[in-house]
Design a protein around this ligand. Structure first.
Ligand code: 13P
Length: 265
């Protein structure tokens, strides 16, 4: 095991990221971005919370153009495991960096379940993101069946162990997102206590894997976060913000969740 190093981590400032998934068109996205910019008036909020949005890839450039100069950041929902070359349909980390993407989601449960993304591919994508200067937002989480059969920690442990080697030298420039699959788009949320237990487990597992910056790493909760339940979830000691699906498509709801993360009513 490597010995602990001094690292310059971004710290655990609350972070909220909107995952727009495969929704929207130019007109919808123009209006959502305008709503976010308009609602983003309070300077205090900017100091208290970092906020990003991840549009579908054809619209990342549009988000970059509209959000440039604002306090809002943008990113991608996926990144290629390859650096460059003949990989039809893939988007390289360097391309995301070229569009000034701050974030790339990696290993979202929809990609793992619907597109067969493996732990090894997730690790390769994390490596590409870090090499490109794009912050990986690594998603982990268990299915309902896994939770009910007592396998939550096994599943989270396996998913975390797969990326520890990549994160050992990442100087804290990475984000984890705990997204219980059973809470995504279902209206069910993990209770604050369930979320806290999973987040604590994730942090400890990273530390055990030699990722000594994990004490300062941001771990987001995702899964049916709404304005009405955000504050309680975010009040848990190891919950550093949220990864928001459905509610991120409604500017007022997303902004209300950002205010909850900032601790502003
Ligand atoms: P919902 O907020 O719609 O449940 O989606 C969560 C999610 O998958 C974010 O990545």
């Amino acid at each position: 095991m490597t010995s602990p190093r001094k690292i310059a981590a971004p710290g655990r400032k609350p972070l909220v990221i909107g995952n727009w998934k495969m929704h929207g068109d130019v007109a919808f996205i123009e209006s959502l971005l305008a709503g976010l910019r308009k609602g983003w008036r309070q300077r205090a909020l900017t100091q208290a919370v970092d906020v990003g949005v991840c549009p579908p890839s054809p619209y990342i450039g549009l988000a970059a153009a509209r959000l440039a100069g604002s306090a809002l950041s943008w990113g991608a929902q996926n990144i290629s495991a390859h650096e460059r070359g003949a990989y039809t349909g893939e988007v390289a980390g360097s391309m995301l960096a070229d569009l000034a993407c701050t974030w790339s989601l990696i290993g979202h449960s929809e990609r793992r379940a619907l597109f067969g993304e493996t732990d090894a591919q997730v690790a390769a994508k994390v490596e590409q993101a870090l090499a490109s200067g794009v912050t990986p937002v690594i998603c982990v989480g268990e299915t309902l069946q896994e939770r009910e059969s007592g396998q939550t920690e096994d599943v989270l442990g396996r998913q975390i162990d797969a990326v520890c080697a990549n994160l050992q030298d990442a100087s804290g420039h990475y984000v984890l997102a705990y997204e219980p699959v059973w809470a995504i788009g279902t209206g069910l949320t993990a209770s604050p206590a369930q979320a806290q237990a999973a987040h604590r487990f994730v942090r400890n597992r990273l530390l055990a894997g030699g990722v000594f910056s994990a004490s300062d790493a941001r771990i987001l909760y995702g899964g049916s976060v709404k304005p009405g339940n955000a504050a309680e979830l975010f009040s848990q000691p190891d919950v550093d913000g949220g990864l928001i699906g459905g509610a991120s498509l409604v500017a007022d709801d997303f902004l209300a969740i950002c205010r909850a993360a900032a601790g502003v009513a």
